[in-house]
Write a protein that binds this ligand. Structure first.
Ligand code: FNR
Length: 388
């Protein structure tokens, strides 16, 4: 199937599965250990049902949102993902451009392979996600680099103190730093288009991709081991680190990977601007609570924060449910990556278009013409009787 014929995110996932070497598809689609958080992120949406409003004029609909003073045309952005360059040529740029075309937020991963300055130039307004080590002497120059590149929103991911156990990656011998294993190469050889698009073109660009944006200095090749020192520092990161960053960083500061209301309160008390309720798409602690279930308590506990969410969003209805429970907007990871693998920048646009169209149709069917009007009154727990 061609990506232009995909009717849903699931269709794009099918195309991505055909296009990518199996070990790479496994890395993108998989979660940690028993994948229970990955599954539970999805199941949580089914536990809420809509209670529609009838006879509401829905001839004019809006899904625009304002986040940190910027207006976006849709309430859904692209979450930070590492090594997108393995799924399409200069994947970070392709995703940034796709989001810009759709006027949707995009978060550039700290584990990205296109220098962030190029991404900011191609798509001003891009947010930057950092994997921050505890050492201030490493953070300060990174913040300088971000300021020089005119990054305005800094997202600090806090749910990766150490790497998790992802058995499918171990089984497939898929590792980061990347190992060019016989299995990966054999999988690639069976998919000449992937080989051509990513490896050949990347080589034309001057060699195997590098982690360009972990720190202030350019990274090493992703087949080397650039991140070991960096990771070692991350496990000792504490709230004091966030407090220190807050003092240094005048732009917006967002914490990604919170699931508890006391943590959200702490973020608010330290002057953070927002949080992304996330369990890393079920890729870190397996068994972590689903993000939709974690959301309402955080919204209630930290009214001063812009509360966003990611994890398991695959349909417009998922977006409406999350927003009805208080999310200011949501992010998708894998759906954008599937689109990217299926058709590069245009494929990622397709993923966003499908979701935007679904949101539009679903708003009309729900009887709520504007996402700003969404609230708990539109939802009931599966099995409960609607009171209205
Ligand atoms: C991620 N995620 C992630 N998060 C982050 O803060 N920095 C990163 O570099 C990455 N890398 C990454 C790679 C891949 C392949 C995936 C699938 C995910 C997590 C990501 O930002 C987001 O939290 C989840 O992907 C959301 O869940 P869904 O939408 O994929 O279900």
């Amino acid at each position: 199937m061609h990506y232009t014929r995909a009717l849903s995110i699931a269709d794009l996932a099918d195309i991505a599965r055909d296009r990518l070497p199996p070990s790479l598809y496994g890395y993108v689609s998989g979660g940690s250990e028993d994948q229970s958080s990955l599954v539970s992120n999805r199941l949580a949406y089914d536990r809420w049902r809509f209670v529609t409003h009838s006879l509401v004029d829905v001839s004019q609909r809006s899904q625009a949102v304002e986040i940190f003073g910027t207006r976006y045309d849709m309430p859904l952005g692209i979450a930070p993902m590492g090594v997108t360059g393995l799924c399409a040529f200069e994947g970070d740029l392709a995703l940034a451009r796709a989001a810009a075309r759709m006027k949707a937020p995009f978060v550039l991963s700290g584990a990205s392979t296109v220098p962030l300055e190029r991404v900011m130039q191609a798509a001003p307004g891009t947010w930057y996600q950092a994997y921050i080590p505890a050492q201030q002497e490493v953070i300060a120059p990174l913040l300088d680099r971000l300021r020089a590149a005119q990054v305005e929103v800094l997202v600090v991911t806090v749910d990766v103190p150490i790497a998790s156990t992802r058995e499918n990656e171990l089984r497939n011998d898929f590792r980061l730093p990347l190992k060019l294993t016989p299995r990966l190469l054999a999988g690639g050889a069976m998919r000449p288009r992937w080989l051509l698009q990513t490896f050949a073109q990347t080589l034309l660009r001057g060699g195997v991709p590098r982690f360009e944006n972990f720190t202030a200095t350019r990274g090493a090749r992703i087949i080397d081991a650039p991140t070991v020192d960096h990771r070692a520092g991350r496990a000792s990161m504490r709230w004091e680190t966030i407090a220190w960053i807050r003092e240094q960083w005048a732009g917006k500061l967002v914490i990604k990977g919170l699931l508890r209301r006391d943590d959200a309160r702490q973020a608010e008390a330290l002057g953070c601007d927002g949080v992304i309720v996330s369990n890393h798409g079920g890729r870190q602690l397996d068994g972590a609570v689903s993000t939709l279930d974690a959301l309402p308590a955080i919204v209630a506990a930290a009214p001063g924060l812009t509360v966003m969410l990611d994890g398991g969003v695959r349909r417009g209805t998922d977006v409406l449910k999350a927003m009805a429970l208080g999310a200011a907007c949501v992010f998708v990871g894998r759906p954008a990556m599937y689109g990217l693998a299926a058709g590069g920048e245009d494929g990622a646009v397709r993923a966003l278009e499908l979701l935007r169209k679904e949101i539009d149709v679903d708003l009309a069917l729900l009887g709520c013409p504007d996402v700003a009007g969404l609230g708990p009154k539109y939802l009931v727990r599966e099995g409960d009787l609607p009171g209205m």
